[in-house]
Design a protein around this ligand. Structure first.
Ligand code: AMP
Length: 420
């Protein structure tokens, strides 16, 4: 062990488990790539104001969890705690919305940072794959994103997840509801922090998990009763499209989510095998965000799915992904001349697209064969001086133990044939 350890709240992804993480990322990205979403990558840090304005001054993410710092040049930056604000910033900066081809559909994959109290499923560094559809107000777009996330989870074999759905209203009906909710909340017995939250973002009080708060919320006005006709109709269409697609969901009137920028459709994917950190992904519509960060009106919708928690969900359901062995062929040279010749064959095989590895470090036969078996390879190529004198190498099937000599210049063809 070295003197150093991974920082608190972080962990390293190591083989072979790391292959599952890659597979999860790919499984989530697959349906997006297949549906008109283009890949976007933005910096790991941004101007801290982008998040303060974009995510919301009153959110835990901004007030408590941001890794904010000042650079030597005096810039105030923060490690990104989430993806949406950065993606929208980048799209606006590059004028992607001006081509007349809306919505701009983008997907991303990367590391995010929040200074949280670490526990299982909650880390200070975590991975998300996300998608944003910028610049269109269309219930089919909201439905599309939910359907694609559902498809991704199902393609991984996950079954014990649920989709929670709600509408948060728009700039017309939400303020009326907000005022009614504030009236109600101000009559409750709440601590100072929560009372401040009532002033700044009362909807989030509904999301408070503490029992003494939840107990007092019975009888609170519900947003459903305040939604304007346009929001109701919009939400009904999203629900109908999901139902027609065979995607089951639960209406959850209390779902508000932790970020300030959501409007109308909001949703969360929860997995029932994860204990307290049950949200594997979530998202919603954020029609006002562009204007909040200085852009034009661009109604948009998006989601982010957590890779770490999706992997935990797979474990909870006992699902082992079918990940092909990284190596198909393992080459074992016996002696210096064999080393030179086999290394050449390895290079040739790799160029032909066959996953091949080599016994480095001058291992003896026994050790080298152990490594070959551990690599998961189906075939070994073994050669000693006598083989080379005859112009052959031995092709060994590591499952049956069967061994056949093959001509040196036919190695690629013979290996391909043996692998099927
Ligand atoms: P949020 O932006 O908070 O809605 O997060 C979207 C998804 O990212 C969540 O559903 C989680 O799967 C994942 N996520 C958020 N925060 C963390 C964290 N601290 N550790 C691990 N995963 C997280």
């Amino acid at each position: 062990m070295s003197t150093f350890q991974a920082p608190k709240g972080t962990y390293d992804l190591l083989p072979p488990d790391s292959a599952t993480y890659l597979a999860v990322r790919e499984a989530i990205a697959g349906p997006l790539k297949n549906s008109g979403y283009g890949y976007i990558e933005t910096p790991g840090f941004e101007n801290v104001e982008l998040f303060a304005r974009g995510v919301g001054e009153s959110t835990d993410i901004v007030t408590k969890e941001m890794y904010a710092f000042e650079t030597k040049g005096g810039d105030r930056l923060a490690l990104r705690p989430e993806g949406t604000a950065s993606v929208l910033r980048a799209a606006l900066e590059a004028n992607l919305h001006k081509g007349g081809n809306l919505p701009v559909k983008l997907w991303y994959s990367g590391s995010y940072y929040r200074y949280e109290r670490p526990q299982k499923g909650r880390y200070r560094h975590f991975s998300q794959v996300g998608a944003e559809a910028i610049g269109a107000e269309d219930p089919a777009l909201d439905a599309e994103l939910i359907i694609l996330a559902d498809q991704a989870y199902r393609s991984l074999g996950l079954r014990n997840f649920r989709i929670l759905l709600n509408s948060l209203g728009d700039q017309e009906c939400r303020p009326v509801y907000r005022a009614a909710l504030q009236d109600f909340l101000r009559g409750l017995d709440l601590d100072d922090d929560t009372r401040r939250r009532v002033d700044i973002n009362p909807l989030r009080v509904l999301d408070d998990k503490r029992e003494y708060v939840q107990k007092q919320l019975t009888g609170a006005p519900m947003l459903r009763d305040y939604l304007c006709e346009a929001c109701k109709a919009y939400h009904e269409q999203v629900r109908e499209l999901l139902t027609a697609a065979g995607v089951a969901f639960e209406d959850d009137e209390k779902l508000v989510r932790g970020l300030d920028y959501y409007t109308r459709t909001t949703f969360e994917f929860v997995h029932d095998g994860l204990g307290s950190q049950s949200a594997v992904g979530g998202g919603g519509r954020y029609d006002g965000l562009s204007e909040m960060i200085g852009g034009p009106a661009l109604p948009s919708v998006g989601w982010a799915l957590g890779v770490d928690r999706t992997v935990l969900a797979l474990e909870a359901e006992g699902i082992a992904l079918d990940i092909p062995a990284a190596t198909s062929v393992y080459a074992v040279p016996l002696g210096d001349e064999a080393r030179r010749v086999l290394f050449g064959a390895v290079t040739e095989l790799r160029r032909a697209g066959v996953a091949t590895d080599f016994a480095y470090g001058g291992k003896g036969l026994k050790n080298a064969m152990k490594s070959a078996n551990r690599s998961g390879a189906r075939l070994a190529l073994v050669a000693g001086e006598r083989d080379l004198a005859e112009g052959v190498v031995q092709l060994k099937d590591l499952t049956s133990g069967e061994q056949t000599p093959v001509a040196l210049d036919a190695v690629v063809d013979e290996v391909r044939r043996a692998l099927g």
